[in-house]
Design a protein around this ligand. Structure first.
Ligand code: FUL
Length: 470
């Protein structure tokens, strides 16, 4: 524990709520952490990556539509200047760690040389029908050390077997197998839930378990997202997670067949930088403002979620200038906002910390240490001495989620010229929580965990003066 300059009595003064030990509570909490669902190493790494980029690209880019109907002529696909390196470099420079390409959207047009259909790049004029967008994309990602994600729409409005459930499921498994075996490591497979009728008027019954089995067999480390067991859709396409956002969820009967216990199923927020998912010329002037993107960032990454931001390549096969420019601004603003943590390196104190897990761990700048109180502390409190009056308007908190998520309610108070003031009353924390408030100038701050499923483990507390954008 770091040096501190107050006594326990001083410390407890003004602490609201009961800190007294209650025997029954303690018994309930004993062993509670052991029972919490925990992330797999892949889920944890994905959550820590924070930013994923979506690339919606295909025949819709050339027809100016959002959903193709499968009758598109492959000859319209001709992105003459296509550069997957430009996509990937742009993503990398903007701080994105995963990139997900629509290898096939609902129109069924395949961006790779699939053996199982003629409706693909092989019948396009692009590179005389010899090109493979998935190949160029995956190579660019591997080269830049970004993680590859692939979107393969289960709904296929071109494929004749669609609606003949066993035949189409086999077709889908075949295509999935091509993508998972011919392009090196794939880290995420994104399953959209859209489901329409086939040409025979029958509804396709997807064999999800066969799809998941195919992925586990060929790419056991790949995360299966949305209509999948590893990553959950947040429930809207605005890029906003909920104020209270749990990575712990009840299983879904179709997706997690046979599972009854609660599971680790963290949220992903998908949103497009433009009104549509695909590129449309008229939307070059409708790229989301920097203020809007920053709001999305705070309400996704800052609410225990991953942001999946769609940036669609244009007809030339390049990310358009307005999007690239906006991403640069976004990156700069994120870096500037979180450059200076006023809590880092400052002395922190908490009563009754677990040995080796003192309060100083939240300000030590290290990712693998955390503060935790002994079980008897029902509402653990930690105080940071900022030493000098310090102005800040943003709180960052993180739980040590490798061992589960459990904070249900917390409060941040600050010692200002007019005494202790409450700045934040929050619910969940999870992997990362960002709370914004009117700037305060304080010499001390105090974090109290008011309610928690198990003794909380707080990895970090950060304080920032972030700029107002827009
Ligand atoms: C939706 C699709 O229908 C949209 O076209 C887009 O791909 C989006 C990410 O998912 O369900």
């Amino acid at each position: 524990m770091r040096e501190h300059n107050w006594t326990r009595r001083e410390f407890l003064q003004g602490v609201t709520g009961a800190t007294a030990f209650a025997a029954t509570e303690q018994t309930k909490r004993r062993g509670a952490r052991r029972m919490l669902p925990k992330p797999t190493p892949q889920q944890l790494a994905w959550q820590e990556a924070e930013l994923s980029m979506f690339l919606h690209f295909g025949v819709n880019t050339f027809t100016d539509r959002e959903w193709g109907d499968g009758t598109e002529d492959p000859r319209i696909f001709n992105p003459e200047k296509l550069s997957a390196r430009q996509w990937v470099q742009t993503a990398k420079e903007a701080g994105f760690k995963f990139v997900i390409l629509t290898a096939k959207h609902h129109d069924g047009f395949c961006l790779w040389q699939s053996k199982y259909t003629e409706h693909s790049v092989k019948n396009s004029p692009w590179k005389d029908g010899k090109g493979d967008v998935v190949r160029e994309f995956t190579e660019a990602c591997h080269e830049a050390k970004l993680k590859v994600g692939l979107y393969l729409s289960p709904w296929d409005r071109h494929e004749r077997t669609y609606g003949d459930s066993p035949a189409y499921n086999q077709h889908y498994v075949n295509q999935l197998t091509e993508l998972l075996t011919e392009y090196g490591e794939v880290s995420e497979v994104w399953f959209d839930g859209a489901n329409g009728e086939g040409p025979n008027g029958k509804r396709q019954e997807y064999d999800w378990q066969a799809f998941y089995g195919t992925i586990r067999k060929h790419q056991p480390k790949a995360l299966i997202a949305i209509s999948g067991p590893d990553i959950r859709w947040v429930g809207n396409e605005d890029g906003f997670a909920h104020e209270t956002e749990w990575s712990v969820q009840n299983p879904d009967a179709t997706i997690h067949a046979g599972q009854t216990e609660k599971i680790w199923w963290p949220a992903e927020c998908d949103v497009s930088i433009r009104p549509g998912w695909f590129w449309h010329e008229r939307e070059d002037a409708q790229v989301k403002s920097l203020a809007h993107l920053m709001d999305i960032y705070y309400r996704s990454v800052g609410r225990n979620s991953v942001l999946l931001l769609n940036v669609p390549p244009n007809r030339q096969g390049l990310l358009a200038d307005p999007d690239v420019a906006r991403l640069k601004e976004f990156r700069k603003t994120v870096l500037d906002s979180f450059e200076h943590d006023y809590a880092q390196g400052k002395p922190a104190f908490a009563a009754n910390s677990l040995r080796g897990h003192g309060a100083g761990n939240v300000t030590d700048g290290r990712p693998n240490t955390f503060w935790s109180a002994i079980e008897e502390e029902i509402q653990p409190t930690l105080e940071i001495d900022l030493r000098v009056p310090t102005k800040f308007n943003t709180l960052l908190t993180q739980e040590y989620v490798a061992e589960g998520q459990c904070v249900e309610q917390y409060r941040l108070e600050a010692l200002t010229e007019s005494g202790w003031q409450t700045l934040v009353n929050g619910t969940t924390i999870g992997r990362k929580k960002l709370d914004r408030f009117e700037a305060a100038t304080a010499t001390k701050v105090r974090l109290t965990i008011l309610k928690s499923l198990a003794p909380p483990q707080i990895q970090r507390l950060g304080l920032f003066q972030t700029p107002k954008v827009g």
